[in-house]
Design a binder for this molecule. Structure first.
Ligand SMILES: Nc1nc2c(ncn2[C@@H]2O[C@H](COP(=O)(O)OP(=O)(O)OP(=O)(O)O)[C@@H](O)[C@H]2O)c(=O)[nH]1
Ligand SMILES: [Mg+2]
Length: 342
């Protein structure tokens, strides 16, 4: 999954990008999107790895894209800047909580996204209308009509100031709309880049976005650069008990609708990222398409249950290792062994 970092100029996107991925963005390429990879920490996988002592431990990851900031006032270029995000699967809206007004920024951002989506859809409509003047097979005409009807519905929603995520669309309409990679259909998670430790998220921001995350990113980045001893002493002075990067990474991952399942063995222990709600057969595809195509069954045990019994052998003896079929909905933290025909 690709998460785009987006927000107004100077809100701290590049600072957040470096904090999460360890990658320093190339200033010369700041007008394009730049990608880095963040590892999603997981204490369950760490525990399994400790037990299995595998040759390799691999954590699920999230791709993060740093993008150029949006402009306030002169907003003409904003649709282009937002266009860089079309290929992202989710948006992390970085809000300036050190000198700015996060609530206002979030409101402006949502309005800019609606405008950018409107621009795309309203550009398409006259082109479709022109198609009707041409002689075309009935089937193609029908498809054009359907697309036009869907886009008109979308325009009405956007013009009333609503994001498309809330619009009910049937399967065919969803397919039509998906092709446009509209921003207001993507999962959105606000992130307040705070100036100080211990600042809380303003209640009126939480009203607009109950799932908002926050951290003093620059401060934590600076703490990272200190020796362990200096860091401890600084953190004590600031009343900080922990650094929040791991919590935030997990917050972003889960906030974007992802979960993990786990596999373990002597060669490798690993967490695999999947979308919440997928079936065991689809999840198997995260490991290898062959495992999905030849899927027969999965041996499954939840991590907590596993921790109680201590080994897969014990789980089998006690009858708590379940056999699940293709349509089983995978739960976060499931330990799975996929059985497939080759
Ligand atoms: N005081 C303070 N300054 C910060 C904080 N976070 C970022 N900054 C500063 O704000 C400036 C902009 O930060 P960037 O991370 O480059 O912001 P950006 O959103 O990537 O900016 P653009 O790419 O130009 O849109 C830099 O000088 C940062 O050092 C913070 O928490 N506190
Ligand atoms: Mg930047």
């Amino acid at each position: 999954m690709k998460v785009g970092l987006v927000g107004y100029s100077g809100s701290g996107k590049s600072t957040v990008f470096t904090w999460l991925t360890g990658v320093t963005p190339d200033m010369a390429a700041s007008q394009r999107g730049q990608t880095g990879v963040a590892r999603i920490p997981d204490s369950r996988l760490a525990w399994l790895s400790d037990q299995f002592k595998p040759k390799k431990t691999t954590y699920a990851t999230l791709e993060v894209v740093d993008t150029p900031g949006l402009l306030v006032g002169d907003t003409k270029d904003n649709p282009r800047r937002l266009g860089i995000l079309r290929e992202s699967d989710g948006l992390l809206v970085v809000l300036n909580g050190f000198t700015g007004d996060p609530v206002k920024e979030l409101e402006n951002f949502r309005a800019d996204c609606i405008l950018a989506d409107l621009e795309i859809v309203t550009n398409r409509i006259p082109k479709l209308e022109a198609q009707f003047k041409k002689a075309k097979p009935a089937k193609e005409k029908e498809a054009d009509e359907l697309e036009l009807a869907t886009l008109r519905k979308v325009v009405v929603e956007l013009e009333s100031g609503k994001p498309l995520a809330k619009l009910e669309l049937n399967e065919v309409e969803t397919k039509t709309v998906r092709a446009f990679q509209l921003l207001t259909l993507k999962p959105e998670l606000p992130f307040v880049n705070q100036g100080d430790a211990g600042q809380t998220i303003a209640p009126n921001l939480l009203m607009h976005a109950p799932n908002a995350l926050a951290a003093p990113v620059k401060l934590e980045q600076e703490l990272n650069d200190l020796s362990d001893e200096e860091r401890k002493s600084f953190m004590a002075d600031l009343g900080m008990t922990e650094l929040s990067k791991d919590r935030i990474l997990r917050g972003i991952f889960y906030g974007m609708g992802r979960i993990v399942f786990l596999t373990c063995g002597e060669d490798e222990c690993r967490s695999w990222a999947i979308s919440k709600g997928v079936t065991a057969q689809m999840a198997a595809g995260a490991i290898h398409t062959d495992l999905s195509a030849g899927f027969v069954r999965a041996e499954v045990i939840g991590f907590e249950e596993y921790q109680k019994v201590g080994s897969l052998k014990e789980a089998k003896t006690k009858g708590v290792l379940r056999l699940e079929g293709k349509t089983y909905i995978v739960q976060d933290g499931d330990i799975m062994n996929i059985l497939a025909n080759k």
